[in-house]
Design a protein around this ligand. Structure first.
Ligand code: ATP
Ligand code: MG
Length: 332
Protein backbone atom coordinates (compact mmCIF):
# COMPACT_ATOMS: atom_id res chain seq x y z
CA UNK A 1 0.00 0.00 0.00
CA UNK A 2 2.74 2.46 0.99
CA UNK A 3 4.54 1.86 -2.30
CA UNK A 4 1.32 2.43 -4.19
CA UNK A 5 0.79 5.73 -2.38
CA UNK A 6 4.40 6.75 -2.98
CA UNK A 7 3.97 6.09 -6.66
CA UNK A 8 0.93 8.36 -6.73
CA UNK A 9 2.73 11.06 -4.72
CA UNK A 10 5.56 11.00 -7.26
CA UNK A 11 3.12 12.10 -9.92
CA UNK A 12 2.69 15.37 -8.07
CA UNK A 13 5.89 15.95 -6.11
CA UNK A 14 9.61 15.30 -6.49
CA UNK A 15 11.17 12.33 -4.70
CA UNK A 16 13.25 14.68 -2.52
CA UNK A 17 10.06 16.26 -1.19
CA UNK A 18 8.35 13.10 -0.01
CA UNK A 19 9.49 12.80 3.56
CA UNK A 20 7.18 10.05 4.77
CA UNK A 21 3.99 8.15 4.15
CA UNK A 22 2.24 6.82 7.24
CA UNK A 23 -0.79 4.56 7.40
CA UNK A 24 -3.07 4.50 10.41
CA UNK A 25 -5.75 1.97 9.62
CA UNK A 26 -7.71 3.58 6.81
CA UNK A 27 -6.11 7.00 7.27
CA UNK A 28 -3.02 8.16 5.39
CA UNK A 29 -0.68 10.98 6.35
CA UNK A 30 1.77 12.14 3.69
CA UNK A 31 4.51 14.45 4.90
CA UNK A 32 6.18 16.68 2.34
CA UNK A 33 9.47 18.31 3.13
CA UNK A 34 10.70 21.57 1.58
CA UNK A 35 7.94 21.64 -1.00
CA UNK A 36 6.35 24.92 -2.01
CA UNK A 37 2.74 24.81 -0.78
CA UNK A 38 0.44 24.26 -3.71
CA UNK A 39 -3.22 23.76 -2.89
CA UNK A 40 -4.21 22.48 -6.34
CA UNK A 41 -1.52 19.81 -6.34
CA UNK A 42 -2.23 18.93 -2.72
CA UNK A 43 -5.91 18.48 -3.48
CA UNK A 44 -5.18 16.35 -6.56
CA UNK A 45 -2.81 14.16 -4.54
CA UNK A 46 -5.38 13.73 -1.78
CA UNK A 47 -8.09 12.74 -4.23
CA UNK A 48 -5.88 10.26 -6.06
CA UNK A 49 -4.85 8.55 -2.81
CA UNK A 50 -8.38 8.64 -1.37
CA UNK A 51 -9.55 6.76 -4.47
CA UNK A 52 -7.46 3.75 -3.41
CA UNK A 53 -9.32 0.85 -1.90
CA UNK A 54 -8.87 0.77 1.87
CA UNK A 55 -8.28 4.49 2.25
CA UNK A 56 -10.86 6.74 3.89
CA UNK A 57 -8.99 9.88 4.80
CA UNK A 58 -5.85 11.54 3.48
CA UNK A 59 -3.91 14.35 5.12
CA UNK A 60 -0.97 16.15 3.54
CA UNK A 61 1.45 17.88 5.87
CA UNK A 62 4.15 20.33 4.77
CA UNK A 63 7.33 20.60 6.81
CA UNK A 64 10.38 22.82 6.42
CA UNK A 65 13.95 21.48 6.09
CA UNK A 66 14.40 18.77 8.62
CA UNK A 67 17.46 19.31 10.77
CA UNK A 68 19.29 16.06 10.43
CA UNK A 69 20.82 14.79 13.57
CA UNK A 70 24.59 14.61 13.07
CA UNK A 71 26.46 11.51 14.10
CA UNK A 72 29.52 12.02 16.25
CA UNK A 73 32.74 11.75 14.22
CA UNK A 74 34.78 8.62 14.71
CA UNK A 75 38.19 9.17 16.17
CA UNK A 76 39.74 5.92 14.94
CA UNK A 77 39.97 6.92 11.29
CA UNK A 78 41.82 4.86 8.72
CA UNK A 79 45.23 6.25 7.87
CA UNK A 80 45.95 5.85 4.21
CA UNK A 81 49.58 6.71 3.58
CA UNK A 82 50.58 8.89 0.65
CA UNK A 83 47.04 9.77 -0.38
CA UNK A 84 46.06 13.46 -0.43
CA UNK A 85 42.30 13.34 -1.07
CA UNK A 86 39.78 10.52 -0.80
CA UNK A 87 36.37 10.66 -2.42
CA UNK A 88 33.56 8.14 -2.39
CA UNK A 89 31.35 7.13 -5.27
CA UNK A 90 28.09 5.94 -3.81
CA UNK A 91 24.51 5.13 -4.69
CA UNK A 92 21.45 4.51 -2.59
CA UNK A 93 20.46 1.69 -4.91
CA UNK A 94 22.50 -1.14 -6.43
CA UNK A 95 23.00 -1.62 -10.14
CA UNK A 96 22.78 2.02 -11.17
CA UNK A 97 26.32 2.07 -12.60
CA UNK A 98 28.25 3.11 -9.51
CA UNK A 99 31.33 1.04 -10.31
CA UNK A 100 31.32 2.01 -13.98
CA UNK A 101 31.14 5.65 -12.96
CA UNK A 102 33.80 5.26 -10.26
CA UNK A 103 36.32 3.61 -12.56
CA UNK A 104 35.79 6.00 -15.47
CA UNK A 105 35.85 8.99 -13.13
CA UNK A 106 39.17 7.78 -11.71
CA UNK A 107 40.61 7.40 -15.22
CA UNK A 108 39.26 10.82 -16.21
CA UNK A 109 40.89 12.38 -13.13
CA UNK A 110 44.14 10.74 -14.23
CA UNK A 111 43.66 12.26 -17.71
CA UNK A 112 43.51 15.66 -16.02
CA UNK A 113 47.02 15.09 -14.74
CA UNK A 114 46.28 13.81 -11.23
CA UNK A 115 47.95 10.77 -9.72
CA UNK A 116 44.92 8.63 -9.15
CA UNK A 117 43.94 5.47 -7.32
CA UNK A 118 40.73 3.51 -7.05
CA UNK A 119 39.78 1.36 -4.09
CA UNK A 120 36.99 -1.17 -4.41
CA UNK A 121 35.15 -1.24 -1.06
CA UNK A 122 32.00 -2.84 -2.42
CA UNK A 123 31.76 -5.93 -0.25
CA UNK A 124 28.49 -6.95 -1.93
CA UNK A 125 29.86 -7.05 -5.46
CA UNK A 126 33.50 -6.08 -5.95
CA UNK A 127 33.89 -5.44 -9.67
CA UNK A 128 36.92 -3.20 -10.11
CA UNK A 129 39.33 -6.09 -10.92
CA UNK A 130 37.06 -7.10 -13.82
CA UNK A 131 36.66 -3.52 -14.98
CA UNK A 132 40.41 -2.84 -14.91
CA UNK A 133 41.37 -6.21 -16.35
CA UNK A 134 43.05 -8.07 -13.48
CA UNK A 135 40.30 -10.42 -12.39
CA UNK A 136 41.84 -13.50 -10.77
CA UNK A 137 45.30 -11.96 -10.43
CA UNK A 138 46.43 -12.16 -6.76
CA UNK A 139 48.01 -9.10 -5.13
CA UNK A 140 51.78 -9.10 -4.67
CA UNK A 141 53.66 -8.44 -1.45
CA UNK A 142 57.46 -8.11 -1.40
CA UNK A 143 57.84 -8.18 2.36
CA UNK A 144 54.89 -10.38 3.31
CA UNK A 145 53.24 -7.44 5.08
CA UNK A 146 52.42 -4.68 2.63
CA UNK A 147 50.57 -5.32 -0.62
CA UNK A 148 51.63 -3.53 -3.78
CA UNK A 149 48.74 -1.66 -5.37
CA UNK A 150 47.74 -2.98 -8.79
CA UNK A 151 48.86 -0.70 -11.58
CA UNK A 152 46.50 -1.23 -14.52
CA UNK A 153 45.14 1.32 -17.06
CA UNK A 154 47.03 4.30 -15.56
CA UNK A 155 45.55 4.06 -12.05
CA UNK A 156 46.65 2.40 -8.85
CA UNK A 157 44.01 0.09 -7.46
CA UNK A 158 43.08 -2.53 -4.91
CA UNK A 159 39.87 -4.46 -4.35
CA UNK A 160 38.23 -5.90 -1.25
CA UNK A 161 37.43 -8.82 -3.52
CA UNK A 162 41.02 -9.98 -3.10
CA UNK A 163 40.46 -10.57 0.64
CA UNK A 164 36.81 -11.56 0.83
CA UNK A 165 35.74 -15.12 0.50
CA UNK A 166 32.94 -15.02 -2.05
CA UNK A 167 31.55 -18.33 -0.76
CA UNK A 168 30.79 -16.74 2.62
CA UNK A 169 27.29 -15.37 3.21
CA UNK A 170 26.82 -11.63 2.89
CA UNK A 171 26.00 -11.11 6.56
CA UNK A 172 29.27 -12.65 7.63
CA UNK A 173 31.10 -10.62 5.05
CA UNK A 174 29.34 -7.47 6.26
CA UNK A 175 30.49 -7.98 9.83
CA UNK A 176 34.08 -8.56 8.73
CA UNK A 177 34.01 -5.97 5.99
CA UNK A 178 35.13 -2.89 7.86
CA UNK A 179 38.14 -4.64 9.36
CA UNK A 180 39.11 -6.12 6.02
CA UNK A 181 38.75 -2.78 4.28
CA UNK A 182 40.88 -1.03 6.89
CA UNK A 183 43.56 -3.68 6.58
CA UNK A 184 43.69 -3.50 2.82
CA UNK A 185 43.59 0.29 2.63
CA UNK A 186 46.23 0.90 5.24
CA UNK A 187 48.47 -2.02 4.34
CA UNK A 188 48.82 -1.28 0.65
CA UNK A 189 51.72 0.60 -0.87
CA UNK A 190 49.92 3.31 -2.83
CA UNK A 191 52.96 5.42 -3.65
CA UNK A 192 52.04 9.08 -4.07
CA UNK A 193 48.40 9.68 -4.86
CA UNK A 194 46.59 13.00 -5.39
CA UNK A 195 43.12 11.55 -5.31
CA UNK A 196 41.71 8.16 -4.40
CA UNK A 197 38.24 7.16 -5.60
CA UNK A 198 36.39 4.65 -3.42
CA UNK A 199 33.72 2.44 -4.95
CA UNK A 200 31.42 2.29 -1.91
CA UNK A 201 28.99 -0.51 -1.17
CA UNK A 202 25.49 0.52 -2.35
CA UNK A 203 22.89 1.46 0.24
CA UNK A 204 22.66 3.49 3.42
CA UNK A 205 22.98 0.94 6.21
CA UNK A 206 25.32 0.61 9.18
CA UNK A 207 28.26 -0.62 7.10
CA UNK A 208 28.05 2.40 4.80
CA UNK A 209 27.78 4.79 7.75
CA UNK A 210 30.72 3.28 9.62
CA UNK A 211 32.83 3.22 6.49
CA UNK A 212 32.06 6.83 5.63
CA UNK A 213 33.06 7.91 9.11
CA UNK A 214 36.28 5.94 9.21
CA UNK A 215 37.39 6.76 5.68
CA UNK A 216 37.30 10.47 6.49
CA UNK A 217 36.08 11.21 2.97
CA UNK A 218 36.82 14.60 1.41
CA UNK A 219 33.63 14.31 -0.58
CA UNK A 220 31.20 11.96 -2.20
CA UNK A 221 29.69 11.64 -5.67
CA UNK A 222 26.22 10.11 -5.74
CA UNK A 223 25.29 8.11 -8.83
CA UNK A 224 21.68 7.65 -9.81
CA UNK A 225 19.68 6.65 -12.83
CA UNK A 226 16.84 9.01 -13.76
CA UNK A 227 13.95 6.85 -12.51
CA UNK A 228 12.06 8.10 -9.47
CA UNK A 229 12.66 4.87 -7.64
CA UNK A 230 16.45 5.29 -7.93
CA UNK A 231 16.26 8.98 -7.11
CA UNK A 232 14.47 8.33 -3.82
CA UNK A 233 17.41 6.15 -2.81
CA UNK A 234 19.87 8.77 -4.07
CA UNK A 235 18.24 11.30 -1.74
CA UNK A 236 18.57 8.80 1.12
CA UNK A 237 22.26 8.51 0.22
CA UNK A 238 22.72 12.28 0.27
CA UNK A 239 21.04 12.47 3.68
CA UNK A 240 23.23 9.70 5.07
CA UNK A 241 26.45 11.42 4.00
CA UNK A 242 25.20 14.72 5.42
CA UNK A 243 24.65 13.03 8.78
CA UNK A 244 28.29 12.00 8.92
CA UNK A 245 29.46 15.39 7.66
CA UNK A 246 30.86 14.19 4.33
CA UNK A 247 30.64 17.00 1.74
CA UNK A 248 28.37 16.08 -1.18
CA UNK A 249 30.31 16.87 -4.37
CA UNK A 250 27.18 16.30 -6.43
CA UNK A 251 24.95 13.87 -8.29
CA UNK A 252 25.77 12.14 -11.58
CA UNK A 253 22.92 10.88 -13.74
CA UNK A 254 23.95 7.59 -15.31
CA UNK A 255 22.08 5.84 -18.13
CA UNK A 256 20.63 9.27 -18.70
CA UNK A 257 19.47 8.80 -22.28
CA UNK A 258 19.99 6.50 -25.23
CA UNK A 259 21.16 7.47 -28.70
CA UNK A 260 20.15 5.12 -31.48
CA UNK A 261 23.23 3.98 -33.35
CA UNK A 262 21.31 3.74 -36.59
CA UNK A 263 19.35 6.97 -36.77
CA UNK A 264 20.96 9.09 -34.04
CA UNK A 265 17.61 9.62 -32.33
CA UNK A 266 17.88 10.40 -28.63
CA UNK A 267 15.45 8.57 -26.36
CA UNK A 268 14.99 9.52 -22.71
CA UNK A 269 14.09 5.99 -21.73
CA UNK A 270 13.85 6.64 -18.01
CA UNK A 271 12.59 10.22 -18.23
CA UNK A 272 14.55 13.41 -18.64
CA UNK A 273 16.64 15.35 -16.12
CA UNK A 274 15.26 13.54 -13.07
CA UNK A 275 18.59 13.69 -11.25
CA UNK A 276 19.14 17.33 -12.16
CA UNK A 277 15.76 18.35 -10.78
CA UNK A 278 16.25 16.28 -7.64
CA UNK A 279 19.70 17.80 -7.10
CA UNK A 280 18.18 21.28 -7.37
CA UNK A 281 15.39 20.35 -4.97
CA UNK A 282 17.72 19.13 -2.27
CA UNK A 283 20.35 21.79 -2.82
CA UNK A 284 23.27 19.75 -4.12
CA UNK A 285 25.19 20.22 -7.36
CA UNK A 286 24.43 18.31 -10.51
CA UNK A 287 27.72 17.08 -11.97
CA UNK A 288 26.61 15.78 -15.35
CA UNK A 289 24.94 13.02 -17.30
CA UNK A 290 26.29 9.85 -18.86
CA UNK A 291 24.28 8.20 -21.63
CA UNK A 292 23.29 4.55 -21.77
CA UNK A 293 25.62 3.22 -24.42
CA UNK A 294 26.71 -0.28 -25.35
CA UNK A 295 30.37 0.81 -25.65
CA UNK A 296 30.36 1.89 -22.00
CA UNK A 297 29.07 -1.50 -20.87
CA UNK A 298 31.19 -3.53 -23.25
CA UNK A 299 34.43 -1.79 -22.31
CA UNK A 300 33.70 -2.02 -18.59
CA UNK A 301 33.02 -5.73 -18.89
CA UNK A 302 36.19 -6.26 -20.94
CA UNK A 303 38.56 -4.63 -18.49
CA UNK A 304 39.20 -1.53 -20.60
CA UNK A 305 36.89 1.24 -19.32
CA UNK A 306 35.72 3.60 -22.06
CA UNK A 307 37.86 6.50 -20.85
CA UNK A 308 40.88 4.24 -21.41
CA UNK A 309 39.66 2.47 -24.56
CA UNK A 310 38.19 5.45 -26.43
CA UNK A 311 39.96 8.58 -25.19
CA UNK A 312 38.51 10.76 -27.95
CA UNK A 313 34.89 9.64 -27.60
CA UNK A 314 32.12 11.98 -26.42
CA UNK A 315 31.56 9.61 -23.48
CA UNK A 316 35.13 10.15 -22.30
CA UNK A 317 34.57 13.90 -22.61
CA UNK A 318 31.44 13.56 -20.43
CA UNK A 319 33.44 11.78 -17.72
CA UNK A 320 36.24 14.35 -18.01
CA UNK A 321 33.77 17.21 -17.55
CA UNK A 322 32.56 15.59 -14.34
CA UNK A 323 36.16 14.95 -13.27
CA UNK A 324 37.07 18.60 -13.85
CA UNK A 325 34.26 19.70 -11.52
CA UNK A 326 35.35 17.20 -8.89
CA UNK A 327 38.98 18.30 -9.19
CA UNK A 328 37.93 21.91 -8.73
CA UNK A 329 35.78 21.18 -5.71
CA UNK A 330 38.64 19.29 -4.06
CA UNK A 331 40.97 22.23 -4.67
CA UNK A 332 43.44 20.06 -6.57
N1 ATP B 1 26.24 4.40 -18.95
C1 ATP B 1 26.14 3.09 -19.18
N2 ATP B 1 25.87 2.60 -20.40
C2 ATP B 1 25.76 1.26 -20.61
N3 ATP B 1 25.92 0.34 -19.67
C3 ATP B 1 26.19 0.77 -18.41
C4 ATP B 1 26.34 2.15 -18.10
N4 ATP B 1 26.64 2.26 -16.79
C5 ATP B 1 26.69 1.01 -16.31
N5 ATP B 1 26.42 0.10 -17.28
C6 ATP B 1 26.35 -1.35 -17.16
O1 ATP B 1 25.34 -1.66 -16.20
C7 ATP B 1 25.74 -2.74 -15.37
C8 ATP B 1 25.77 -2.27 -13.92
O2 ATP B 1 26.77 -1.27 -13.78
P1 ATP B 1 27.73 -1.24 -12.52
O3 ATP B 1 28.29 -2.58 -12.24
O4 ATP B 1 28.67 -0.12 -12.72
O5 ATP B 1 26.65 -0.86 -11.42
P2 ATP B 1 26.82 -0.79 -9.84
O6 ATP B 1 25.91 0.29 -9.39
O7 ATP B 1 28.22 -0.71 -9.44
O8 ATP B 1 26.22 -2.18 -9.47
P3 ATP B 1 26.39 -2.98 -8.10
O9 ATP B 1 25.38 -2.38 -7.16
O10 ATP B 1 26.04 -4.38 -8.51
O11 ATP B 1 27.79 -2.81 -7.64
C9 ATP B 1 27.12 -3.17 -15.89
O12 ATP B 1 26.95 -4.22 -16.78
C10 ATP B 1 27.63 -1.94 -16.62
O13 ATP B 1 28.52 -2.26 -17.67
MG1 MG C 1 29.44 -2.10 -8.42
Amino acid sequence: MEDQIREIALRFFNPGNIESIKLFGRRVIITLQNAAEDSARTEALKQAVAALEGVDKVAVVYTAVKKVEKLAPKTDKYEVCGVKKIIGVASGKGGVGKSTTAVNLALALANLGLKTAIFDADIYGPSIPTMLGYEGVPPVSFDGKIFEAFDYRNVKSMSIGTLLDKSQPLIWRGAKACGAIEQLLTETNWGEVDVMVIDMPPGTGDIQITLSQKLDLDGVVIVSTPQDIALIDAVKGVNMFKRVDVPILGIVENMSYYICEKCGHRADIFGHEGAKKTAEEIGVDFLGEIPLHYAIRENADNGTPIVFAEPESPHTKAYEDIAAKVKDKLGL
